[in-house]
Design a binder for this molecule. Structure first.
Ligand SMILES: NC(=O)c1ccc[n+]([C@@H]2O[C@H](COP(=O)([O-])OP(=O)(O)OC[C@H]3O[C@@H](n4cnc5c(N)ncnc54)[C@H](OP(=O)(O)O)[C@@H]3O)[C@@H](O)[C@H]2O)c1
Length: 248
């Protein structure tokens, strides 16, 4: 039997791997045989992820992805010391709950820098000659807020919608290089931030519409692993929705 999800010796970069969805995804990819390069700002947390991963060919890089100059240096260091990539999963992201009346350009800009500009810059740099292997798959972690944003999610929703819009031209432009580009719009996934919020008595208004219940980080990781595997080779330029029914 062919193991269609095997990622043996594929080099996959996962941003935002110091916690939550990114950490879970990095751990799963390593179990599936990938050599995983993890990126985020917090070195201690990245080390914990690295220790929880399988295999000996995993690497970590500390980088603030809201700084585009730093991204150029990061990509160059990753390619130089680890090699060209077979996949990128951009999980790094921030939220910013704020009513429209208070949402100034500076707030939008800060959210766009981490969530969207970094995605665009990583795609631009990793798709340069010698920085990727043919058959590579680039995936951005988006949100259902991009489709059905709730009150106070203006800047966040716009940043995730920008990611979704970007994959259409990117997929078409990069197809000749053998690169696929997609995003996944996730509904509520039970990462630490959400768990803390609920434990402190918070009520998540989204849950009543997410009728299959909260997702686990492993639900997100499974889909992301599929998207960087050859099993998804016909999927490009898409935003897949994984939301327990929220947008149905
Ligand atoms: N959980 C959900 O319900 C849900 C639903 C839909 C979409 N999402 C998306 O899923 C992604 C992961 O979220 P999560 O729930 O797993 O949250 P999380 O645990 O807070 O993870 C966010 C990750 O992004 C990294 N990050 C943030 N700013 C960064 C920066 N400037 N440079 C580099 N790394 C940065 C953080 O690492 P450092 O702090 O170490 O830098 C962390 O590893 C986000 O893009 C989020 O929008 C989450």
């Amino acid at each position: 039997m062919i193991d269609i999800f095997a990622l043996t010796d594929k080099h996959i970069v996962v941003t935002g791997a110091s916690s939550g969805i990114g950490k879970e995804t990095a751990m799963l990819l390593s179990k599936l045989g990938a050599n995983v390069t993890i990126v985020a700002r917090r070195e201690d947390a990245l080390k914990e992820t690295l220790e929880a991963m399988d295999g000996s060919e995993n690497h970590m890089f500390s980088c603030d992805l809201s700084e585009s100059d730093g991204i150029a240096q990061l990509v160059s260091e990753i390619v130089k010391s680890v090699g060209p990539v077979d996949g990128l999963i951009h999980c790094a992201g921030i939220g910013a709950n704020m009513p429209i009346a208070l949402t100034k350009t500076a707030t939008i800009d800060s959210v766009m820098k981490t969530n969207f500009y970094s995605f665009a810059e990583l795609i631009r740099l990793f798709s340069k000659k010698k920085n990727f292997n043919s058959g590579a798959s680039f995936v951005g972690v988006s949100s259902v807020a991009s489709i059905r944003g709730d009150k106070t999610q203006g800047a966040y929703a716009a940043s995730k919608a920008a990611m979704n819009a970007y994959v259409h031209p990117a997929a078409k432009e990069l197809a000749d290089k053998g690169i696929r580009v997609n995003t996944v719009a996730f509904g509520a996934i039970k990462t630490e931030a959400l768990t803390k919020f609920l434990e402190s008595g918070g009520q998540d208004a989204a849950l009543k519409d997410q009728y299959l219940g909260y997702g686990e980080p492993s639900d997100a990781a499974n889909l992301l692993a599929f998207l960087v595997s050859d099993a998804s080779r016909l999927i490009t330029g898409s935003t897949l929705v994984c939301d327990g029914g929220y947008t149905s």
